[in-house]
Design a protein around this ligand. Sequence first.
Ligand code: MEV
Length: 323
Amino acid sequence: MESLPENGKVGTAPGKIILAGEHAVVYGRPAVAVPVWDAVATAVISVQSSASFTMHAHDIQQVINISDGGKADKSGNSEDNPLALAARLALTELDLAYALPSWRIDIHSTIPIASGLGSGAAVSAALIRAIFLQAGQTIDDATLSALIYESEKLHHGTPSGIDNTVVAYGKPVWYIKGNQPIPFQSKASLSILIGDSGVAAPTKESVGDVRLAWQRDPAHYEHLFDQIGEIVAKVRQAIQVGNVEQLGGLFNQNQLLLEELQVSHPKLEQLIRTAREAGALGAKLSGGGRGGNMIALVEPTAEERVKEALLKAGAKRVISTCI
Ligand code: MEV
């Protein structure tokens, strides 16, 4: 990362994993998600001499130049670019959209893209936070979440809102679309390994395909979503009482239903099997699926063994996180 400019404000935001309930959450069922601070997005602002507002998204090799005017509203009247929209929404909130400040914003992220870890939401969150800080303001979590949600719609069409919520609040949350998130704490400490299948999978595609399948056979899909919702309720209870063995079993049950939703992938399934055989209490894909990441719940004593097995089985990288 480049050295920090003098007076440059920095915004950061974590990645996220969904412990249970992805996809069904788009259809009003609950889901449980937690932030992952071991993979973060960062936005650094410096004042530049040229009269322009530019964003340099280094990981995707994009330079985005925003010009004066063009107030962004929440129906998305902005460039067809999630970062441009996020910046415009923040500038509009701050009354800076018509006389843009001469800022350069450098954006970096260690969150793999298109892998179910919420990289799009995290990058928007870091960017909006940095813009508010540089303007001498702070932004509350609910407003931040609402602004990120607008840019999420460009990333994947019909988001449930869970990614922006967990990334903005930075806490484990129980989430139902359209409702206030409920932060929670786990009674037992949960060790989770996040294994990257290396298969890039944009959430937009899997969410779109599930929608098509649901439109073709709503009764069947509603039933699958109900079953997932029931698992999520049990996941919440297991976390609240600290029953990690039960939680592992629930991960496995959720995975079976995600396979029925057709959002799994042979590489994910191979890693999930490997983790279980190496002693994980349970494992499932996390996020949009079709690739991206899987998660495995492990006892601390089994963590190294499972991690090594995942790497040996071809995981591109394994992140350990503790809740
Ligand atoms: C993506 O992280 C989670 C999905 O449920 C989509 C969404 O909730 O918007 C697949």
